[in-house]
Design a protein around this ligand. Structure first.
Ligand code: PLP
Length: 473
């Protein structure tokens, strides 16, 4: 392909993109393809000769598109979203065009300095302490791994890196039973052993039970273990429960334990002054992560990780081969030292485009609207006596189930709600997912897609009610 045909194809693609984004709400939200169908449609071997872009696009439309689940549909209410937005997509086009690899400052000074500035903007926008340091990671999982590794290294005076497993005996990490699975994964990768992750119980609102945490730490100390890290959740995956950060932070300080706050999804709500209470006490914590790629309208991947002790982070990860030595070291941020990968995409650009295009007020307006719509949906659930709420609604996730009169056995209710969910998703008109809360099969309605409007939520509720009628007879 030469520059002239690239230009032609790019114009065609932009039209495709704008058409798609304009019509995405009409697509079947959750792909209906059977396992293996796409794989079988693809040739066994790569073509030996180059093909025309028109042929590639034809196959893209015919083979790939049917296997796409439409995360950007306003009828997508599943998981937590992986949002994008018009300005974010535009920035991603530039990022792909520049094709920069931003491992160190010298490999693209603008990328490093824009990243530093964006992280400082996000601190001011969300109330993260001004003295902390931010870096973009690919995911919250990677940020949490960075946090646990930094905590491990600081606690062992960097002997973990030097001596390996011998230095890690007895180290303990604490989280709640509702904490995201990425914490367990990080504990395994960090060489600590799953048995050294202590999952404490939760209260009636699925928040970490503080007295249980205190007891676990104190018992472990008596038994000769070494508590070194707590991971608190600001917005659990199941039902966006908010752990009591301030009280946990005080406990962490008392025992000199690193506190990491996982706000992967809910952190975006901190742009609203009325939700800042959620991070009261954050100045006593050590690190914090939230994903603009979930609820801040920025394409995946973009996870904002903030740390109080930058040196602990850098000292944990830095390794300096000859070919990466530069004359600017120490004057600038070489982000390769701030996480696992050496190579890094230019992720700050899309944040810059999103924040400037929406403005802080524009972001606040959307986030508030999502919370308002969730409140509307919550009230509908309460008003309909066939349904019940399964957890407090803290933001814009409503956990609910169908509970018709006369059916009270948990197994029957679980089966009924599983059926309801599969029938809803089979319509192709909405996509919701589930969790289990106290063993009860629970439907999750997450109202957070960038371009979701009231009419989408009303239509989803109509569909849920009709389907409930059909299956409960
Ligand atoms: N933490 C919480 C609370 C989450 O809900 C999720 C994913 O939904 C994660 C961490 C992991 O996020 P990521 O996919 O960015 O690793």
């Amino acid at each position: 392909m030469d520059n002239k045909s690239f230009r032609e194809q790019a114009h065609l693609l932009v039209d495709w993109m704008a058409d798609y984004m304009g019509e995405v709400e009409n697509f079947t939200v959750k792909s209906k393809v059977q396992p293996g169908a796409i794989y079988q449609s693809l040739p066994e071997l790569a073509p030996s000769e180059g093909e025309e872009m028109s042929a590639i696009m034809q196959d893209f439309n015919n083979i790939i598109m049917p296997g796409i689940t439409h995360w950007q549909s306003p009828n997508f209410f599943a998981y937590f979203p992986a949002n994008s937005s018009y300005p974010s997509v535009l920035a991603e086009m530039l990022t792909a065009t520049l094709g920069t690899q931003c491992m160190i400052w010298e490999t693209s000074p603008a990328a490093a300095e824009l990243e530093e500035r964006m992280m400082n903007w996000l601190k001011a926008m969300t109330g993260i302490p001004a003295g902390w340091h931010g870096v973009i990671q690919d995911t919250a999982s990677a940020a949490t791994l960075a946090s646990i590794l930094s905590a491990r290294e600081r606690f062992t005076d960097y002997a973990g890196n030097q001596d390996g497993p011998a230095a890690l005996t007895g180290l303990r990490v604490y989280c709640s039973s509702e904490t995201h699975s990425s914490i367990e994964k990080a504990v395994k990768i960090a060489g600590l052993g799953r048995a050294n992750l202590v999952k404490v119980g939760v209260d009636e609102h699925f928040r970490m039970d503080l007295p249980a945490l205190r007891r676990a730490i104190e018992c472990d100390l008596v038994a000769g273990h070494k508590p070194f890290c707590i991971v608190a959740s600001l917005g659990t995956t199941g039902c966006t429960a908010i752990d009591p950060i301030a009280a946990i932070a005080e406990l962490a300080c008392q025992y000199n334990i690193w506190l990491h706050v996982d706000a992967a999804y809910a952190g975006t709500a901190l742009v609203l002054p009325e939700y800042r209470y959620m991070i009261e006490g954050i100045e006593l914590a050590d690190s914090f992560v939230f994903n603009p790629h979930k609820w801040m309208f920025t394409n995946f991947d973009c996870s904002a990780y903030f740390v109080k002790d930058k040196e602990a982070l850098i000292h944990t990860f830095e390794i300096l081969p000859e070919y990466l030595k530069t004359g600017t070291r120490g004057q600038v941020n070489d982000y390769r030292d701030w996480g696992v990968p050496l190579g890094r995409r230019f992720r700050a650009l899309k944040l810059w485009f999103v924040i400037r295009s929406f403005g802080i007020e524009g972001i606040r307006k959307k986030v508030r609207e999502h919370i308002r719509l969730a409140d509307w949906f919550r009230n509908e659930i309460i008003a309909d006596d066939r349904f019940e709420l399964m957890a407090q609604v803290t933001l814009n996730l409503v956990c609910f189930r169908l509970h018709p009169k006369g059916i009270d056995d948990i197994k029957d209710l679980n089966r009924l709600n599983e059926l309801l969910l599969s029938k809803l998703n089979a319509t192709g008109k909405v996509y919701l997912t589930h969790t289990k809360l106290n063993n009860a099969y629970t439907l999750r309605m997450v109202i957070a897609q960038t371009y979701v409007q009231e009419r989408h939520v009303i239509a989803a509720w109509e569909l849920i009610r009709t389907m409930a009628e059909d299956i409960s007879g």
